[in-house]
Design a protein around this ligand. Structure first.
Ligand SMILES: N[C@@H](CCC(=O)N[C@@H](CS)C(=O)NCC(=O)O)C(=O)O
Length: 211
């Protein structure tokens, strides 16, 4: 049965799920959520996810929300991308919790404020604060990846897919790949995996369609 991923192209959190579904060889199809016209906050969407957030994965009888839970589900179901032992699995979770709090959670907001909010509403001080917090996160990630090809163990896991979720997007949010050489090489490694695609090629919707 084909799993349905409620998503839109600009969502790095949905991209993590799209990438994991593809790399784990699950059959899936996107269902476009018109986030920029408020669909994620509509009563119809909240009936699917009370949190009013994308992504949502519907796989048969299962409805899953939160990208970390969806990634965990995909790796448990397919036996892929999850780490080789219980200790690695805990490491995977450690990086995914870190990502949700310190990396993707902050990048998503910063990129929204800098690109998708009306220019006259963009709060310069908040953006600067966010960017300084993010710099600390990029430093942690780059230092770890300077010592290893993958975040956990010696192969790609859902921890890599979680942490890379926002880092291929072209819109500015204060992240220059050239400033972070180990992150840069790791993003190239992920992009070389068979089936990898850019978020705007993997999911419907992108900024050029709205301009
Ligand atoms: N922690 C959540 C974050 C999900 C999230 O923030 N999704 C955004 C799109 S990328 C969203 O739907 N936001 C709706 C809103 O803030 O109204 C996850 O990892 O899935």
């Amino acid at each position: 049965m084909t799993a349905k991923l409620y998503c839109f192209g600009e969502s790095g959190n949905a991209y993590k799920a799209a990438l994991a579904l593809t790399l784990a060889d699950m059959e899936w199809a996107p269902v476009f959520v018109d986030f920029f016209n408020g669909e994620a906050r509509s009563p119809e969407f909240r009936a699917i996810n009370e949190m009013g957030e994308v992504p949502v994965l519907v796989d048969g009888e299962q409805t899953l929300t939160q990208s970390g839970v969806i990634l965990d589900y995909i790796s448990s179901k397919t036996g892929k991308l999850g780490g080789r032992s219980a200790a690695e699995r805990r490491e995977v979770l450690r990086w995914m919790f870190w990502d949700n709090h310190k990396l993707s959670g902050q990048v998503g907001t910063t990129r929204f404020l800098m690109n998708f909010l009306a220019p006259d509403k963009r709060p310069a001080e908040v953006i600067a604060f966010q960017q300084s917090r993010l710099k600390a996160a990029y430093k942690v990630l780059d230092a770890h990846l300077a010592k290893a090809d993958w975040l956990v163990g010696d192969q790609t896991t859902i921890a890599d897919l979680s942490c890379c979720g926002y880092l291929y997007y072209p819109e500015p949010f204060g992240f220059e790949r050239s400033d972070w050489p180990a992150i840069d090489r790791w993003l190239d490694r992920i992009a070389a995996l068979p089936g990898w695609q850019h978020p705007y090629d993997m999911m419907p919707g992108n900024p050029s369609e709205r301009s």
